[in-house]
Design a binder for this molecule. Structure first.
Ligand code: MG
Length: 474
């Protein structure tokens, strides 16, 4: 629910999920609420500076972007209207232009009735939680800073945002080698914003390009926005049918990428990350690689084999970005297909990742399936179980005690990750939902499943035990 002035509680309800605000349009996301978000952002910026506003193709995105823009201007903040572009393209422009902040109107891969607002700070990475809390608090209290009639902001349309961004990707990729090899690539933007950047980018790189679902459309008629194996069946067929070297797909706002090899096989996000990191470590002769706790042992193996150093962070795009900055990493990424290229920008970047994958293939001169076959193979199982926030800490304490007693090694950066001889188990409560996520990896699918079930049992037993204790007390 949007905050209202009648509320008397001192604590603002949490509006921000892991990726900004996401709501159903016409229900929670009303015109009044959007204007209030614009006012709260202006208040956070103390009515100063320039904000970049961009959007995706969702049916409601233009309306939301205009409402945000109007509220910012009225509250004294200037706006550069960037138009439709992928999230990483906006993030790149914030740093390139020295803006105060960036707002993207997008709900990424959520269903069509949703829309959302992503907030990016001046470094081109997501706002820290403290800034989100300040904005939530202002929204809740309706405590907005207003500008007088002679201090309203000014706005102008910037038509060069996409060219600026694509130019940086081309500058950081070996274009002559790709132009010589002319690889056949099939691209599936899934009717999302990468339809505006990636066909042009891949052609400029020198690929022979075939596209699917490259007509921007807020109804997402081609496929669901999440680029997983099941949703990419048409891309997998097209790659084989056209004899392409590579298939590339993005989620709705293109901060993530998924790849398909020349045989039509989908590459899990860890496998693509392993290959990209292995290549980069070889090129740079070592360096720091940043990934999060949910990543496969494959990444550890690759980093060890390449003489690099691995830094493991909490799960989420912000912790990984912070880790990259802090350790001056050469690459970062997570199993969801969000990869970072620090020489270009420290943000998840789908189009940049596609350019680096094409470069890798051309430099190797070998089929993608062969390169993948050289990587160690592990199997992942994941699920979630209900976990009320009230029980969270006590359940985690018990999980810690049990896992510490049986595992070879325990990493507690984000939940608890227990390492065994033939796999690992991660028990990680969600920060935004009343659930606990269980990830397990094994040398065989059976072992992965067994470890996952061990995690589910541990959490459920403790939840039952604590629930009966609470029932007895009350
Ligand atoms: Mg996304």
């Amino acid at each position: 629910m949007p905050p209202t002035s009648e509320s008397t509680s001192r604590t603002a309800p949490r509006l921000f999920g892991t990726d900004g605000i996401r709501q159903v349009v016409g229900k929670e996301m009303t015109p009044v609420f959007v204007a209030e978000v614009g006012s709260a952002v202006s208040t956070y910026l103390q009515g100063e500076g320039e904000v970049l506003v961009a959007r995706d193709f969702r049916t409601s995105s233009e309306a939301v972007a205009r409402l945000l823009t109007g509220a910012l201007l009225m509250n004294g903040v200037s706006v550069r209207e960037m138009g439709v572009m992928p999230t990483p393209c906006l993030q790149f422009n914030i740093r390139a232009l020295g803006a105060s902040m960036g707002l993207t109107v997008t709900a990424s891969h959520n269903p069509t009735e949703f829309n959302g607002i992503k907030f990016t700070g001046r470094e081109g990475i997501e706002l820290p939680r403290t800034a989100e809390e300040a904005i939530e608090q202002t929204l809740y209290k309706h405590d907005f800073v207003r500008a007088s009639w002679d201090h309203v902001g000014s706005s102008h349309v910037d038509p060069d945002g996409i060219d600026r961004y694509v130019g940086s990707i081309l500058q950081h990729t070996d274009v002559p080698a790709i132009r010589l090899a002319k690889p056949v690539v099939v691209l599936d933007p899934g009717n999302g914003t990468s339809a505006l950047t990636s066909p042009n980018l891949l052609r400029e790189l020198g690929c022979q390009l075939i596209t699917l679902n490259a007509n921007p459309d807020g109804h997402f008629p081609g496929r669901p926005s999440e680029p997983n194996e099941e949703n990419l069946w048409a891309l997998r067929k097209a790659v084989v049918g056209f004899g392409a070297a590579l298939g590339v797909a993005h989620d709705g706002d293109a901060d993530r990428v998924a790849f398909v090899d020349e045989k039509g096989a989908f590459l899990p996000g860890d496998v693509a990350m392993g290959l990209l990191a292995k290549t980069r470590l070889a090129e740079r002769k070592g360096g720091v690689v940043v990934t999060s706790v949910t990543s496969s042992t494959l990444i550890e193996d690759v980093v060890k084999g390449g003489g690099g150093e691995l830094v493991i962070t909490r799960s989420g795009s912000l912790p990984v970005a912070r880790g990259i900055l802090e350790h001056q990493a050469i690459i970062g990424g997570e199993e969801n297909g969000g990869y970072y290229w620090p020489e270009h920008q420290v943000a998840r970047d789908g189009p940049m990742s596609s350019a680096k994958m094409v470069e890798l293939l051309v430099h190797s001169g070998r089929p993608l399936s062969e390169l993948v076959a050289e990587l160690p193979r592990y199997h992942l199982s994941k699920t979630k179980v209900p976990l009320r926030p009230l029980l969270r800490d006590r359940v985690l304490a018990r999980v810690h005690a049990d896992l510490a007693a049986e595992a070879n090694r325990l990493v507690s950066v984000d939940g608890h990750k227990a390492y065994y001889d033939d796999g690992w188990l991660l028990v990680r409560p969600s920060g935004t939902e009343p659930i606990c996520r269980i990830f397990a990896e094994g040398h065989t699918p059976e072992r992965a499943r067994e470890l996952m079930e061990r995690g589910v049992r541990l959490v459920k037993e403790e939840v039952d035990h604590l629930s009966s204790e609470l029932t007895a007390i009350y």
